[in-house]
Write a protein that binds this ligand. Structure first.
Ligand code: MF3
Ligand code: CO
Length: 249
């Protein structure tokens, strides 16, 4: 069952989303070569704490981090470490779920570290574009499959692969609510969107082939072929004639 949120609930999610916007603004300026992923996590912690919020990822099924930080071939759920140093040419994604007053918002950005190859910059650009090509179709009455199909087409026509193992999702008082939103699908399929549905749309893209594996830490998912990967996500609310992004300042 897809839960419809009231205007009051949407305002609360927007407040959680605003904190993510502040976090991303700082990361954009502060991520530089030589930092550890734990340094990145500490910036996120500071912003979340300063704003009276909490990480919904911390201790989620035992997840040890405050946010997920994934580098290059790591596609999702990387765990921050003082030993993992960001180097010139890396790309790093920061995926965070913030909860404030019981309501959540979920978003992810992938940042270039220092000077990054054209091919990685294109991967970042296409992943973001896949998100926008999908959500630009959203308004009350369309099928969720229309969004999924647009995301898939953007990724595959660029020569990349869609991650099959993780999906977008509804979100609200819980991190993962109905519906599940794979980054592939068919137009005209799936549930019909209604005003007040809040969805985390999150293309996860592989430059190479799609099979992934989870590392020995039980969390970090990496591309099997070792090729770079990318992730971009926002929480949105469906409106009568469009959508609004909740995870921004
Ligand atoms: N942020 C992820 C998502 O988009 C979930 C993180 S799993 C956790 O759904 F264990 F790190 F919390
Ligand atoms: Co998500």
């Amino acid at each position: 069952m897809i839960i419809i949120k009231s205007p009051r609930e949407i305002a609360l999610m927007k407040e959680a989303g605003r904190i993510l916007g502040l976090m991303f603004e700082r990361l954009e300026k502060e991520i530089v070569p030589g930092m550890s992923t734990l340094d990145v996590e500490n910036i996120c912690r500071e912003v979340i704490d300063e704003n009276g919020a909490k990480s919904a990822e911390y201790q989620y099924y035992g997840y040890p981090g405050y946010v997920c930080i994934s580098v290059n071939e790591e596609i999702v759920h990387g765990i921050a470490s003082s030993k993992k140093i960001l180097r010139d040419g890396d790309i790093v994604s920061v995926d965070a779920v913030v909860v404030k007053n019981g309501y959540m918002a979920d978003a992810c950005r992938t940042y270039p570290v220092g000077i990054v190859s054209e091919s990685k910059l294109r991967l970042i650009e296409v992943t973001k574009q896949a998100f926008y090509n999908g959500v630009s179709l959203i308004k009350e009455g369309i099928h969720l499959g229309d969004v999924q199909s647009a995301i898939q087409k953007t990724i595959e026509s660029a020569g990349y692969s869609v991650c099959r193992d993780y999906t977008g999702h509804g979100i609200g008082t819980h991190m993962h609510e109905d519906p599940s939103i794979p980054n592939f699908g068919k137009e005209g399929n799936g549930p019909i969107l209604k005003e007040g549905m809040t969805l985390a749309i999150e293309p996860m893209v592989l430059m190479g082939k799609y099979p992934i594996r989870v590392k020995g830490d039980g969390w970090t998912a990496v591309s099997k072929d070792g090729m770079p990967t990318c992730h971009y996500e926002n929480t949105i609310v469906v409106t009568k004639d469009g959508y609004e992004i909740l995870t921004k300042i």
